[in-house]
Design a protein around this ligand. Structure first.
Ligand SMILES: Cc1cc2nc3c(=O)[nH]c(=O)nc-3n(C[C@H](O)[C@H](O)[C@H](O)COP(=O)(O)OP(=O)(O)OC[C@H]3O[C@@H](n4cnc5c(N)ncnc54)[C@H](O)[C@@H]3O)c2cc1C
Length: 570
């Protein structure tokens, strides 16, 4: 076996907003940096963000209100020091993006336009029509290219090199040729995004398979708050493709089969602009009680017809197109059908504000960093507010980039042997040569359907226990898979098989965390414990997986601050 070893100051895995912002900092400081990404950077899921990015600009708004909304929205599980840092930095971050060339939608007087989003005290989401993420991603990509950052796209990172408490690099292969390589670096940063693909109905890109989560967990490192998966209220019926919260921000109404505007019952003051967890549960409740619409009565109406064609074409053109393409419904003329869809992952790789990955509640891993959706810092706690994540990714990405620039003075390039790639190489060999009877697509379908059913919007002890059993069985069956494509060129069968392995591992964390958390908080709702229990569970979950795949759960303190936990009503 002869595997090339490339050396860099820093390796960044992921070219979404978080990874690009970090790469820009490193390159501008003259460091050698490579960005490894399994997609072309502009295909990263950041580019799918439609609705907006929060910053308190308006005279009636304030950083403190932004902080308060975020902490309340998080059901008090967010770390308030991290929230404070994010909300304080947000206005400067948006200006920074603007100066680099991001074109935001504007008011008549030339100021950046802001639209209302769920759970906000004041309209705070800056936007570029309904293509905010794409605008920002293109801007960051241009800037990193201008500086000459090295990109290796269509490279799949399969492992970290983690020895003696230090991350020394990553092991990856070129998707185009299946050639392996080792990237040896003083610092490794994960910016690999979310993991909504574990669910059948979801809004996420195909690539959002949470690879980094299980890569980290398989080394015995913890994952934080994985039970908190956000279900967005408005996914297109049947597919889950996102209709941004901007649709409700601009005035969209939710109606059940009787034509009732049912949010009056659930959130009388905020109505459709209640926070996502609450609106998703309300929609699902209407469906469960028989007031759904559509052929299977499993959706409700989102009615935008009163907004008029001009406004829809000016502010929501992409949404209109998506609904026409995937549902055959034109929102200008008729209500469209939507239901809750798995959307965002609040949990992830635990980090501090500077981006250092935690080894446990007290210690850190040397040379290892993370930012963006794959990380848990935790600014979203148990429920993220809309437009806070397109904010979090570049804001913390940039900050972590700065941290690494500083840390590089004391970090050393640790020698590694090519034997570190043995795990990945033998895994690929096994997957290609295995001649079992199970198909990747069937196992993945079963995982996704059962996660949506048993660990979705509503959960119970029984449903979660059932799901733990299902995942165990699927893991056994996974040992017996067979892939048809045995070639080395663009072997997507192979990649999907590796990704399914990751999905099975991190899904177990979602379910076990949910089973242990005997309360309802934010996005985690237990029918059998339907209120929040601050005495026992105002705590972050830290979960560890052993070599046999068993998960051990510990709890750590939340960083509280000026906002005392109180009942969350809207
Ligand atoms: C449809 C949709 C709409 C959204 N709208 C909004 C919004 O309006 N406002 C808001 O605040 N948030 C929104 N969000 C959430 C927000 O867009 C994301 O949380 C954020 O953009 C994530 O950025 P990121 O940089 O962490 O990851 P991503 O942009 O997802 O990038 C992940 C990167 O990691 C790479 N990668 C992953 N695994 C590997 C691997 N094994 N090897 C190599 N590379 C790998 C990928 O190639 C990719 O480049 C939306 C999300 C969705 C799905």
């Amino acid at each position: 076996m002869s595997i090339p070893i490339h050396q860099y100051d820093a390796v960044i895995v992921g070219a979404g907003l978080a990874g690009l912002a970090a790469a820009r900092e490193l390159k501008s400081a003259g460091k050698s940096v490579v960005v490894l990404t399994k997609l072309h950077p502009l295909r990263s899921h950041s580019g799918a963000a439609q609705g907006g990015i929060n910053a308190a600009f308006a005279a009636e708004d304030s950083v403190e209100l932004h902080e308060f909304d975020t902490v309340k929205g998080s059901d008090y599980l967010a770390d308030q020091d991290a929230v404070e840092f994010m909300c304080k930095t947000a206005p400067e971050l948006v200006r920074w993006m603007e100066k680099m060339g991001a074109v935001f939608s504007r008011n008549e007087d030339g100021t950046i336009a802001q639209r209302p989003f769920g759970g906000q005290s004041h309209p705070r989401a800056c936007y570029a029509k309904d293509r905010t993420g794409l605008t920002l991603l293109q801007t960051m990509f241009e800037q990193t290219n201008r500086l000459g950052v090295d990109f290796l796209d269509e490279w799949y990172v399969a492992d970290i090199v983690y020895e003696d408490g230090v991350v020394k690099g990553v092991v990856a292969y070129d998707i185009k040729t299946s050639e392996s390589a080792i990237f040896n670096a003083k610092a490794v940063m994960f910016a690999t995004g979310g993991y909504g693909r574990a669910f059948k109905i979801n809004s996420n890109a195909h690539a959002n398979t949470g690879d980094a989560l299980s890569i980290v967990a398989r080394h015995g490192l913890p994952l934080e708050d994985m039970e908190f998966v956000q279900f967005h209220p408005t996914g297109l019926a049947g597919t889950g493709i996102l209709m941004s919260e901007a649709a409700r921000g601009e005035g969209g109404k939710l109606l059940n089969s009787k034509g009732e505007r049912f949010m009056e019952k659930y959130a009388p003051s905020k109505m459709e602009l209640g926070p996502r967890d609450l609106v998703s549960r309300s929609i699902t409740q209407e469906v469960l009680e028989g007031r759904g619409v559509g052929p299977d009565k499993d959706a409700v109406y989102l009615d935008m017809t009163h907004l008029g064609e001009e406004l829809i074409m000016e502010r929501l053109p992409e949404l209109r197109d998506l609904a026409i393409t995937f549902l055959g419904l034109d929102m200008v003329k008729e209500p469209i059908m939507i239901a809750a869809t798995a959307h965002y992952s609040m949990g992830g790789v635990p980090v501090n504000i500077a981006g250092n990955v935690k080894k446990n509640a007290k210690e850190f891993v040397t040379g290892f960093y993370a930012a963006g959706e794959c990380s848990c810092v935790s600014v979203h706690g148990a429920n993220r507010l809309g437009a806070n994540s397109v904010l979090e990714a570049p804001l913390f990405g940039r900050h972590v980039g700065k941290t690494i620039v500083k840390d590089l003075d004391k970090l050393k390039l640790m020698e590694i042997n090519e034997s570190v790639a043995e795990g990945m190489v033998s895994q690929i060999k096994r997957l290609i040569e295995n001649n079992g009877a199970e198909k990747v697509s069937s196992l993945r379908g079963e995982l996704q359907a059962s996660m949506t059913e048993n660990a979705g919007v509503f959960r119970t002890k029984e449903s979660l226990e059932k799901q733990i059993k299902i995942i165990k069985e699927l893991k056994e069956r996974y040992k017996n898979i067979r892939i048809e494509d045995k070639s080395k060129v663009y072997n997507t069968d192979l990649q999907e098989a590796i990704e399914l392995g990751h999905m099975l591992d991190f899904s177990a964390f979602i379910v076990e965390g949910g089973l242990m958390r005997n309360e309802s908080r934010g996005a985690h709702f237990r029918n059998d414990y339907d209120s929040r229990d601050d005495k026992k569970f105002l705590k972050h979950t830290f979960a560890y997986m052993d070599k046999e795949g068993n998960i051990k759960i510990e709890y750590t303190d939340v960083s509280l601050g000026k906002f005392e936990p109180e009942a969350r009503t809207y």
